[in-house]
Design a protein around this ligand. Sequence first.
Ligand code: PGA
Ligand code: ZN
Length: 416
Amino acid sequence: MVEIRRVDAREILDCRLEPTLRVTVETESGSGRADVPCGRSRGEHEAVDLRDGDDRYDGLGVRTAVSNVTDTIAPALTGRDALEQRAIDRTLIDLDGTADKSALGGNALTGVSLAVLKAAADSVDLPLYRYIGGADAGVLPIPFFDLIEGGELASSGLAFQEHQVVPVGADSVTEAVRMSAEVYYELGDLLAERHGEASRNVGFEGGYTPIDVTDPRDAFELELAAIEECGYDDEFVLAADVAASHFYDEATGTYGLMDRRFDRDELLDFYEELTSTYPVVSLEDPLDQADFDGFAELTERLDIQIIGDDLFVTNPERLRTGFDRGAANALLLKVNQVGTVSEALDAAAAAHRHGYAVQVSERSGQTADTWLADLAVGLNAGQIKTGVSRSERTEQYNRLLEIEAAHGAISFPDGL
Ligand code: PGA
Ligand code: ZN
């Protein structure tokens, strides 16, 4: 047993200068500190991100969530065994008592759950990924680099949220990161040349934000040109997080894209055209988060990876609906969407049992905390998305590089 001695929380700032929680857990033999990420393009069914709603920080303060940790959660966890992650998470869920974690706050629960995980790993002297995955942890993830941003993440002209390049031809994370960085520099030059210097400005995840590019096909063309210019033609494929819920109009059942409205069938046809014209191997949230049937139809129709993010919100119950209906074939894993580490691990395990891939994901609001990189390796997920530039993103890459350098025997997936 590793006894928990102290649980504490503070309000800190994320990369958007918005408040979030930092939770610290001390045990008899170690400690862990975890920062809570925060989404902007959130799914409707995510665990509640508890905000103070008062005058401070435009209502975004997290002092209530902090005091829920120090006054309610800390007394319940002091003296407990940090190695019993599932029992700890069960206590958190019971203390909260609501289905959407709105009583104590999904952000409070996420911070405590992650800090317990990190404290336990530290207490038994294991790297975090090794503690999470045990002897089995051994696959580094292929990163999906969001080189051009749109939607809720940028003030560009694009409706699709992320236009990603995926270095499937790399044989290590070290090479994957280097090649993608070179494509990123080249794309910056290309954009500046064709669309003006301002198109080099970056969005929340460090990808470029050209104002006058409004067609995802043009974004893909630009990425392919940069890839070709670097001489990496066969080493990269493309992907996108469409985040379609955010340009869906419920009243008319249509999607606003490129200055026109698409109904579901037209959008499905558009995806078919996209994937037959470009080497697009993965689409995240191609349809509205309520449209399980549409996801199922697209999954059946296209022979590519279809990821559910807002669709599943890392929630084992919503995943089950997906399995039953054949909606999507991959899960985007975000711990704070569901609220505790155990529930996120359950979602990943269920996905794998049903033949769904798992992509471990950042939020657009992050800090320099690198538990995300360890989680991807610990789960053998084989895929990670963690933006591009800006230090809260590059710290994740730096952690993956560190794991690869320290543990050379670890493998890298041979394609998706
Ligand atoms: P979020 O967006 O972190 O702002 O929710 C990222 C995504 O939709 O994948
Ligand atoms: Zn998404």
